[in-house]
Design a protein around this ligand. Structure first.
Ligand SMILES: Cc1ncc(COP(=O)(O)O)c(C=O)c1O
Length: 364
């Protein structure tokens, strides 16, 4: 913010701080131009969680009596919370063991079992991996099930045609710009769709459902991004290509250095790495907590996203229905998220990998 004093001054002078103001409009146009090849529409939101709430609520209206939201158990709590706020029951299902993306076979089995009780499917593009959106578009068109794509980590990922993940899809696709993401601001998000009418409806829903002046014509909440939040995101766009490129280079260093570990099977031509997820060799699974605490003692901050996965968290255990989750459990038990940042160096990554390799060898 200290680098943008004149722009902050301009916002202050304008007297417009929110309510889809001019900085926000500029941001939406620039996001479409620079990340989606000029195709489609988008709406900013104050974070991806409210974006998911809006999009799930809108999608579920297609099947008013249906009560389930299909959500992979290997995702972040926000997704299930959003479905619950939209009045739905999470139906937690398994992932593909290689890509860690939602399992198509598990989805098909649940569609068979639960039929028109399913209001919405909320697949997660796991850790910025590219998932098959055409399959979900077909499911939505053929079966009348709402689909909302959780692409929280995907800004910067490119699909197999080299386009920003999501480009051209008529589904609502929700991205996060939280400080932990590759497109890091502070708190922000956006919903993209090639369906401009849908974005228009979500824009109204995000402003209290005011379809007429100060009069609610549909469900609503306040999901608006402040002008200062929009300015931060506009500035992030300026150096973003280099951020994604550099992080992808760092990811390839991790892969080369840790050959005894298992990495995510990636689809698409480029991925936005918010951190570096990898699986410990199977035999080291019981030692994960010890490995994490030793790395932490050495000053290396690691995580284990998403462990516990949703079905292991007490609140979701109480309020969800669970399908079999063998692949989710196997991945969650072994996962470690290694450090990634805009400034981390090859040498630092080398040091982390040497420590980790030594710990694995000591235990062998
Ligand atoms: C998979 C997933 N969904 C949703 C969210 C929610 O994003 P936000 O923090 O912008 O609300 C996150 C954020 O960390 C996430 O990882």
């Amino acid at each position: 913010l200290s680098e943008f004093i004149s722009e902050l001054q301009a916002i202050e002078d304008s007297g417009i701080f929110s309510n889809y103001g001019p900085t926000n409009t500029r941001l939406e146009l620039e996001m479409i131009r620079r990340l989606f090849g000029g195709e489609g529409s988008c709406l900013t939101v104050n974070n991806a969680t409210t974006g998911l709430m809006l999009a799930i609520k809108a999608a579920a209206q297609r099947r008013p009596g249906a009560s389930y939201a299909l959500i992979p158990s290997f995702t972040f709590a926000a997704t299930a919370h959003a479905a619950i706020w939209a009045g739905l029951t999470p139906l937690l299902y398994d992932i593909d063991p290689a890509s860690w993306a939602p399992s198509a076979a598990a989805e098909n089995a649940l569609i068979e079992q639960y039929g028109d009780k399913i209001a919405v499917i909320v697949p997660y593009a796991t850790f910025g991996n590219c998932i098959d959106l055409t399959r979900y578009e077909a499911l939505s068109a053929q079966l009348g099930i709402g689909v909302v794509v959780d692409a929280a980590a995907s800004l910067g990922s490119l699909d197999s045609a080299g386009r920003g993940f999501g480009t051209g899809s008529r589904l609502p696709i929700v991205y996060s710009m939280h400080v932990t993401k590759t497109f890091a601001t502070a708190e922000a998000g956006m919903i993209y769709s090639a369906d401009a009418d849908l974005i228009g409806q979500l824009r109204i829903m995000g402003n209290y459902g005011f379809g007429q002046p100060r009069s609610s014509t549909m469900p609503g909440l306040n999901s608006k991004l402040s002008e200062i939040g929009a300015l931060l995101a506009l500035k992030k766009l300026e150096g973003f290509e280099e951020v994604v490129r550099r992080r992808a280079m760092i990811a390839s260093v991790y892969r080369a250095e840790l050959q005894s570990c298992t990495f995510q099977d990636l689809h698409g031509v480029r991925h936005a790495f918010q951190f570096m997820p990898m699986l410990l060799p199977v035999e080291h699974t019981p030692r994960r907590a010890k490995i994490l605490s030793r790395l932490s003692l050495e000053g290396v901050g690691c995580g284990s996203y998403f462990s516990p996965h949703l079905a292991e968290q007490p609140y979701f255990e109480r309020v969800s229905v669970m399908a079999p989750l063998p692949a989710t459990q196997a991945v969650a038990d072994r996962i470690i998220s290694l450090p990634m940042s805009d400034t981390i160096t090859r040498d630092e990554v080398g040091l982390v990998c040497t420590m980790l390799r030594t710990m694995l060898q000591e235990a062998a």
